[in-house]
Design a protein around this ligand. Structure first.
Ligand SMILES: C[S@@+](CC[C@H](N)C(=O)[O-])C[C@H]1O[C@@H](n2cnc3c(N)ncnc32)[C@H](O)[C@@H]1O
Length: 511
């Protein structure tokens, strides 16, 4: 038998189209009439993407962007394995990265039992990807099972599509903005508020299944438009781990691929595990995990990740609308800070009058407040009339506290004014002597701003920022701890600025 090559594949696509080409590859492989070193189940996903690109259905840039890397799929599968649910569903299965990983993780015998007893359900809008997924399972576990696999070619959001009873779900749904509602969708509040496809999938999955493990963008954790989704999550329970996208990135790990060169910046991801244990409500959270690429292997381990999650189950309501992503050992400090604070930052700011304080909008490893009008594009200007309050806000912005608050509740690209406005403020707790120390630190920093200017070229333009020596931040943190009567050593805050998960080295990317 002549070995089938990539050239044969492209020629076949030109001759008979993508669908028939795949149908013949899959059925010939299933019937042992096919020989290729390249066309193996592990490579189908990428080969399919190459085919799609050839027929111009997707651009090269989009290729494989958010398909689940194997190491992430394995972590998700390990979390799903012990959860309740007899039927196993892969929603938006694509060519099957997740379900194949799950079957691998449960082991050959359990996998064969699941498949042979008709307990595997696949859903996807893409008919060819769905067929690849179904055949991949049969090629691996036995061609006699092909007919036992329920593969539903459908829009998962269609009202008529329902998950089977007693199901557990693994899913990496599509991440598009909804521009038009589907004809037969049930338009829920989650859909109309968020207009994001992925949140519609989360809602349908968690309301129709017993348990689930879902990877999505992390924006639903804090962003306002997902509040209705978070309210639905109040009724269920489990945990969420979330990942930053710099320096290491969850979706850039497809090293196994022979064709893949997926290097671009990508979304910040979250894995939501819906456990639905008895007598619990809400979700536990990890901090926003930042890791170096070389730490990926060590980090993508269920025990390591479990260990990062704090024990507090969070629910939301009108007075606390967002979830926060806090390190285990910093929860106590956060509680003291929030509890002792007497107001929010917006109460200290004037809209137009007072001395100007400049805040660069982007922050990666720290936030900055400056008296100097920084020569850069992204900056906010706030005004404060009272000198000591100005210095307090100045110190707050250059401390760990403001930066931490942004990481807890957001952590995206920019620091939005809504986050700055809601920072808890404890100015009223300072005594006279502490105020005079605060003024001294702030005034010294203000006179030294020009000594610590740093520049980064962005879109051909030099962007100015300030990188103060760490000693200033430490002095402020120390004073804030004293005022709040926090006994811990301030070095406990170092991890917040770290670019690494396993050591506390501050990133030096400065925007
Ligand atoms: C991000 S990919 C995930 C693929 C695979 N599960 C993985 O993790 O690698 C999203 C999948 O959703 C499918 N999809 C998009 N819209 C859909 C819809 N409305 N209903 C069902 N599937 C959909 C796409 O065809 C694609 O296969």
């Amino acid at each position: 038998m002549k070995k089938y090559t990539l050239e044969d594949y492209i020629a076949d696509i030109d001759k008979m189209g993508l669908k028939d080409t795949w149908h013949s590859i899959l059925s010939d492989t299933l019937n042992n009439k096919f020989d290729s070193d390249t066309f193996t189940v592990e490579n189908y996903g990428e080969l399919y993407e190459i085919g799609l690109e050839h027929v111009n259905k997707i651009s090269k840039k989009e290729m494989g962007k958010y398909y689940t890397p194997r190491d992430v799929a394995e972590v998700m599968s390990n979390w799903l394995k012990p959860l309740k649910g007899e039927n196993v569903c892969d929603v938006a299965c694509g060519s099957g990265n997740l379900i194949l990983s799950y079957l691998d993780v449960v082991g050959k015998q359990a996998a064969t039992e699941l498949i042979s007893s008709g307990k595997i359900y696949l859903f996807d809008l893409d008919e060819i990807a769905l067929e690849i997924c179904k055949y991949s399972i049969a090629i691996r576990y036995g061609k006699e099972y092909l007919r036992k696999i329920h593969a539903k070619h459908c829009d998962f959001l269609d009202k008529n599509i329902r998950l089977p009873r007693n199901s557990k779900v693994i899913s990496n749904p599509p991440y598009y903005k909804i521009v038009e509602y589907g004809n037969n969708w049930k338009i829920t509040k989650v859909i109309s508020d968020s207009k994001e496809l992925y949140s519609a999938f989360i809602e349908k999955i968690i309301t129709q299944s017993d348990t689930s493990v879902i990877i999505t963008p992390y924006s639903f954790i804090g962003s306002g438009k997902f509040y209705s989704l978070r309210k639905i999550m109040n009724k269920y329970n489990g945990f969420v781990v979330s990942f930053d996208n710099v320096p290491g990135n969850i979706f850039n790990g497809r090293k196994h691929g022979i064709f893949n060169s997926n290097k671009g910046n990508s979304v910040r991801a979250a894995i939501t595990v819906v456990e639905n244990r008895e007598n619990f409500k809400g979700f536990k959270f990890s901090p926003l995990i930042r890791f170096k690429t070389e730490e990926r292997k060590r980090m993508l381990n269920n025990k390591v990740l479990d260990n990062l999650i704090n024990d507090r189950y969070q629910t939301v309501d009108y007075s606390k609308k967002a979830f926060y992503k806090c390190h285990k050992d910093l929860l106590n400090i956060l509680d003291i800070w929030e509890c002792k604070s007497t107001k929010k930052m917006n109460k200290l700011l004037n809209t137009t009058r007072g001395t100007e304080l400049y805040l660069p909008t982007t922050c990666r490893y720290f936030t900055v407040g400056s008296k100097r009008n920084l020569s850069r594009d992204g900056k906010r200007i706030i005004h404060i009339s009272d000198k000591s309050i100005y210095n307090y806000v100045y110190c707050m912005m250059n401390s760990t506290f403001a930066y931490w608050y942004w990481r807890l509740y957001d952590g995206g690209i920019n620091c939005p004014l809504t986050i700055i406005n809601s920072i808890p403020i404890f100015y009223d707790l300072f005594d006279k002597e502490q105020i005079s120390r605060l003024n001294k630190i702030a005034e010294e920093m203000q006179t030294k701003e020009k000594d610590y200017l740093v520049y980064k070229v962005n879109a051909g333009k030099k962007q100015e920022n300030i990188k103060f020596p760490k000693k200033y931040r430490n002095e402020i943190n120390k004073l804030f701890f004293e005022v709040l009567d926090i006994k811990e050593d301030i070095s406990i805050l170092d991890k917040i600025h770290s670019s690494s998960l396993f050591s506390e080295s501050e990133g030096d990317v400065c925007e």
